[in-house]
Design a protein around this ligand. Structure first.
Ligand code: MN
Length: 257
């Protein structure tokens, strides 16, 4: 199996190593990752600046850094690392959760999205540490991946679909299992904070506390907060079919001008 790995935490991200170590047991791994952290870049793509690609030493694996975002890495990867294509795109393991609406901000998830757009089976992985100081249980991700990564690659797949996986950051022994889950809701409150710089001029910093609706049965948010690994199949077809139907029944567009 030919595998391309990227992430949004950058080439030095620890989760990249975790994912690469697990993936090299099931196939030939090549890494193309941003040269620095690019978290929360979403599905951005670099168009106005040249992309520089540098081969780097990565534990005996073929690896490159790119001065771009995960989408750039996947596309550069399919040009430089796997010019004849590959069978699997993996993104992560991200340091921090990508649950609910995080999916839309996430560079990690965007890496898998870009793989799916290229017609390749793709999976994003995140370690759901909820506070910055919380100890990241990377060993839990390692354990789970060693047991289940191959299984994930053998699941039924569809065009323009990919998987988003979140590990709760708890000890492996405390893990309660794995659940297929829907995308839940994870909203931030007090998102923008006003501060003053040393000259008394205001600046604004975006962050904010996460407010998770506690009771969202069947969602990724709930599965992870209850100690399960969540596996969420996502589709790039964003059409709201029910709404489209309801709206079409309520309006008649003129057939000619
Ligand atoms: Mn990240």
């Amino acid at each position: 199996m030919r595998i391309l790995i990227t992430n949004d935490d950058g080439i030095h991200g620890h989760g990249l190593k975790v994912l690469a170590e697990a993936a090299r047991q099931i196939g030939e791994v090549k890494i193309v990752a941003p040269d620095r952290e690019r978290s929360a870049c979403g599905h951005a793509m670099t168009l106005r600046d040249p992309l520089r690609v540098n081969p780097v030493e990565y534990g005996g694996l073929e690896a490159y850094t790119v001065n771009g975002v995960p989408v750039d890495c996947v596309n550069v990867g399919l040009t430089v690392a796997w010019p004849d294509g590959c069978d699997l795109v993996l993104s992560g393991v991200n340091h921090g959760p990508n649950l609910g609406f995080d999916i839309t901000y996430s560079g990690t998830v965007a890496g898998a999205m870009e793989g799916a757009i290229n017609g390749i089976r793709s999976i994003s992985f995140s370690l759901a540490t909820f506070v910055l100081e919380a100890p990241p249980h990377w060993e839990t991700a390692t354990h789970w991946l060693n047991e289940n990564l191959l299984k994930l690659t053998q699941l039924p797949d569809e065009d323009l679909s990919f998987l988003n996986v979140n590990f709760p950051s708890i000890a492996y022994e405390e893990l309660r299992g794995t659940k297929f889950a829907e995308m839940g809701q994870r909203v931030y409150k007090d998102r923008v904070e006003r501060r003053d710089d040393p000259w008394g001029r205001p600046y604004y910093w975006q962050g904010g506390a996460v407010v998770m609706k506690a009771n969202q049965p069947g969602t990724d948010v709930m599965a992870v907060s209850e100690g399960f690994v969540s596996v969420t199949p996502l589709s790039l077809n964003w059409t709201n079919h029910n709404l489209a139907k309801a709206q079409a029944s309520r309006v008649e567009w003129p057939s000619s001008l």
